[in-house]
Design a protein around this ligand. Structure first.
Ligand SMILES: Cc1cc2nc3c(=O)[nH]c(=O)nc-3n(C[C@H](O)[C@H](O)[C@H](O)COP(=O)(O)OP(=O)(O)OC[C@H]3O[C@@H](n4cnc5c(N)ncnc54)[C@H](O)[C@@H]3O)c2cc1C
Length: 358
């Protein structure tokens, strides 16, 4: 049995980011994952701050580049908010994950596809992972990057939380009279928003709710929104929870470091999870490479604090939407769009809005 330095479970954005850094530093890395990109629901929007965080360009998988965001209090008319430069890019998530895994492999990471994990055993010197196929792998460390329904969390008896929820589908561009810009329709669903993300040959349409149980972003709600907004029903519909529980979880258990949605690193206001996934994957790698894995929670402390603040803001924002959405459209919108895109903290956005150069 090969003895790996680290097993990364999950080849999503958190897993690929961790695997890239660890393999680039010469560690023996095994990425164990279900089929890469297979049906993971995600609208594939990457903000400027995420593009800056990635170790490589993702130009080959970019479908659209966005500089203007259209924001409405649905169904009222939308207002364009201009970002200074590029706001985000649109990708197809399966293409993005396969591309990022190839980059990690090019650094030396090994990849094995599995149907899932059966057990994890930890002891003083390392850990053993067995898969549903009956294969066993040993390593010194494990990065759990297996998403919001993390099996690693469950196998280790860690608490499971319910966070945000989203559902998405596709509409063919050819079926539309008008190809929309990137649009957020706040209040298209209670406690959240509807989105239209243009992707070249199709539009990704979806519904997001920031907290579990507020409303059901289900197939009927999505069909209804899509019919009213675009005049046609979506195909390829799927939903998934988002990990928004970082302020409440432990980031490590023994030799296991949780990253991405498995650690709850998604910000709850908009449900942007790719940034937190890449960031936490890189921080997990940094802690391991320093041979001080216990530093990982420390490296994540600022992001955890920021997400606590964003959680409070989300509660207020969606509860007071008749006031907060016009405020966003006409007063603070462009500052927030810039801050969101570039990765400014809420405190920095406030200073920027008051005219400070940052
Ligand atoms: C509908 C929807 C739209 C979204 N749109 C956006 C967006 O536009 N922009 C954005 O920033 N965020 C978006 N998000 C959030 C984003 O998708 C997640 O936050 C992000 O994918 C988290 O990355 P991750 O690597 O932690 O987990 P995931 O992307 O969930 O990756 C987990 C990986 O682990 C594998 N895996 C799972 N279980 C096992 C197992 N038992 N054994 C082995 N492998 C396993 C999976 O196959 C997958 O490869 C969206 C979420 C949803 C639900």
């Amino acid at each position: 049995m090969t003895n790996w330095d680290v097993i990364v479970v999950g080849a999503g954005q958190a897993g690929c980011a961790a695997a890239w850094d660890l393999a680039a530093a010469g560690w023996r890395v095994l990425v164990l994952s279900r089929e890469v990109g297979a049906g993971k629901p995600c609208a594939g929007g990457l903000t400027e701050k995420t593009l800056r965080r990635l170790r490589f360009s993702i130009t080959p998988v970019v479908r659209e580049t966005i500089d203007t965001l259209y924001v409405s209090r649905y169904p009222a008319a939308d207002k364009p908010l201009q970002a200074p430069g590029r706001f985000c890019v649109m990708t197809e998530r399966a293409e993005l994950d396969r591309y990022c895994l190839d980059q990690a492999k090019a650094q030396g990471a090994n990849f094995i596809e599995t149907r899932g994990l059966a057990s994890i055993r930890q002891d003083h010197d390392g850990l053993t992972v067995s898969t549903r196929e009956g294969d066993c792998y040993q390593a010194r460390w494990l990065v759990a990057a297996d998403g919001a329904n993390s099996v690693v969390r469950r196998l280790l008896g860690e608490r499971h939380f319910l966070g945000a929820m989203a559902i998405e589908g596709h509409v063919r561009r050819d079926d539309l009279d008008e190809y929309p810009g990137m649009t957020l329709d706040f209040d298209a669903i209670r406690g959240g928003y509807g989105w239209l993300f243009p992707k070249g040959d199709h539009v990704n349409v979806g519904l997001y709710v920031w907290q579990h149980g507020i409303a059901a972003p289900d197939r009927a709600a999505l069909d209804n929104y899509c019919l009213q907004r675009l005049g046609t029903a979506p195909y390829k519909v799927s939903g998934y929870p988002l990990g928004t529980w970082l302020p409440r979880v432990r980031l490590m258990q023994g030799r296991v470091l949780f990253a991405g949605d498995a650690a709850g690193c998604t910000e709850p206001l908009m449900g942007e999870g790719i940034y937190g996934a890449v960031f936490s994957g890189q921080m997990a790698a940094e802690a391991l490479l320093s041979e001080q894995p216990g530093r990982y929670p420390q490296l994540m402390e600022d992001w955890r604090d920021e997400l606590k603040k964003v959680e409070s803001l989300s509660r207020l924002f969606y509860r007071l939407s008749p006031v907060s959405i016009p405020l966003l459209q006409h007063w603070i919108g462009e500052t927030l769009v810039e801050g969101f895109s570039k990765g400014l903290t809420l405190g920095q956005c406030k200073r920027r809005w008051r005219g400070a150069d940052l």
